[in-house]
Design a protein around this ligand. Structure first.
Ligand code: DQA
Length: 145
């Protein structure tokens, strides 16, 4: 099974940005954790991060042509603004899970809408890095059924 893990703006700053919300582990730590899990679970994974909306849209579109089976996405701030990312997810029609490190439901009003989430089967929030593994587990089990 081939999965794309997509991360949006400022997630490359994990370990530096707002540690009281996002913790002290770095983006490198996140990638290492996902890689180790995927190796163990026999999931082929690509992890992609961009601070640019169009680059995320381009990468989602590419999944239509490259044999990807499922998507894990943390669109970060674009969660709450990007109809373009929502439309790209709808265009490729792959099973997708939305992940947020923090519990966005208990944060500011402007974080209460998720456009990307409207094209996802499931949303996992407030579980930190473990949320990504839960998303991978869910998608792998659905794929193997
Ligand atoms: C986030 C939540 C978003 O509201 C925020 O803009 C982020 C990270 C999370 O993982 O908790 O950058 O997606």
């Amino acid at each position: 099974m081939k999965v794309l893990v997509l991360n949006g703006p400022n997630l490359n700053m994990l370990g530096i940005r707002e540690k009281q919300i996002y913790g002290t582990q770095t983006y490198e730590d996140l990638k290492e954790m996902i890689d180790t899990y995927c190796q163990r679970e026999q999931i082929e994974v690509e992890i992609f991060q961009s601070n640019h909306e169009g680059a995320l849209v381009d990468r989602i579109q590419q999944t239509y042509f490259d044999g990807t089976h499922a998507i894990v996405i943390n669109p970060a701030a674009y969660t709450h603004t990007s109809v373009a990312i929502l439309d790209a997810l709808k265009a490729v029609q792959l099973p997708a899970v939305e992940v947020h490190l923090s519990d966005v439901s208990s944060r500011e009003a402007f974080r209460q809408i998720s456009y990307a989430g409207m094209a996802c089967e499931k949303t996992i929030m407030g579980k930190g890095f473990a949320g990504y593994l839960e998303a991978l587990k869910y998608l792998k089990e659905a794929h193997d059924k």
